[in-house]
Design a protein around this ligand. Structure first.
Ligand code: HH2
Length: 293
């Protein structure tokens, strides 16, 4: 069942549990520009900031900083999905999340939960998160059910394989077509489960079972993903593709490269940019807004 464009998150705004997130516009062209999703990893082992915000006080301080810098949405994750990561169990994941989510939900800002586990999604929904961000694309029926039984919004991401092994030998016949096919099927499935189109964004999943060439092809196709009728979220912040393109082996040194990629994604029509470095990305977007003809 096709929905009209106006009912989709691509054009009419993103309907989350508590907030309708409207897309801001570039002042010169009137076209839509992206919202910024600030990353809060409460993990000991994330690839770029593992361990920095693993205790509640440090995590909340960083959340405040992300908002002060201009984040529109906070995305909280407690399990690293970096290449090679071994998963943790749902109870461990929830123990890391519970004190942070229960506080952040009171701040009145759009709150996204980055998890692949239906049991964690369910607990997050009970606490009141607004968005479920599933890097496995709601392929588990319990994840789909948890989402459909709530008012939360969703980020549906493509991943080939699983984090532990996904970068060993990613392989596609035609990466863009295959990722688009997967996302199209997931959109259809969610719609049939009763999740309205204006709740869902898609994400090609940069770095999740992809080589640099795959990532470049997907990046060049952001406009094609946007044409699927759902808004597109782009997450490349500090990732190894930025390291490969800049020669920066240390993830903390990839800020400038990440801002360049974010600006490029914004021009191509991304609706949400998932970033570690909110201030730097925001400043770049403001300058683009002021100077682009
Ligand atoms: N990337 C990461 C985690 N979650 N979610 C979406 N939708 N898109 C992404 O590209 C994405 C994501 C990996 O980045 P990070 O959270 O910084 O690292 P780690 O998984 O090591 O915690």
């Amino acid at each position: 069942m096709a929905e009209t464009a106006d009912q989709s998150a691509a054009t009419g705004g993103w309907k989350t549990a508590r907030f309708l997130l409207e897309w801001p516009t570039w002042s010169l062209t009137g076209r839509r520009r992206p919202l910024l999703m600030g990353i809060l990893n409460v993990t000991p082992d994330s690839f770029s900031d593992g361990g920095l915000y693993a205790n509640t006080e440090a995590a909340l301080r960083h959340a405040r900083q992300l908002l002060d810098e201009g984040a529109d949405i906070l995305d909280v994750g407690a399990e690293s999905t970096r290449p090679g990561a071994r998963g943790i169990d749902a109870d461990t994941e929830w123990q890391r999340l519970a004190p942070i989510l229960s506080e952040l939900v009171k701040w009145g800002v759009p709150l996204s939960l980055d998890t692949m586990k239906p049991a964690v999604m369910q607990r997050g929904l009970e606490v009141g998160v607004d968005i479920l961000n599933d890097v496995s694309g709601f392929t588990q029926s319990a994840a789909c059910k948890a989402l459909a039984g709530s008012d939360a919004a969703a980020v549906v991401m493509h991943m080939q394989g699983e984090p532990r092994t996904m970068q060993q030998s990613p392989h596609y016949t035609d990466c863009v077509t295959e990722v688009r096919h997967f996302l199209g099927q997931r959109l259809q499935h969610l719609q049939m489960a009763g999740v309205a189109a204006n709740r869902v964004l898609v994400d090609p999943g940069f770095g999740f079972g992809k080589t640099l060439e795959h990532n470049r092809a997907l990046f060049a196709a952001i406009c094609d993903f946007a044409a699927m009728g759902a808004g597109v979220l782009v997450g490349v912040s500090r990732k190894s593709m930025i390291g490969q393109l800049t020669g920066q082996a240390d993830a903390m040194q990839r800020v400038h490269g990440s801002v360049g990629a974010a600006a490029c994604a914004a021009v191509q029509g991304a609706r949400v940019l998932r970033v570690h470095d909110v201030r730097a990305t925001r400043d770049a977007l403001l300058v683009m807004d002021a100077l682009r003809a």
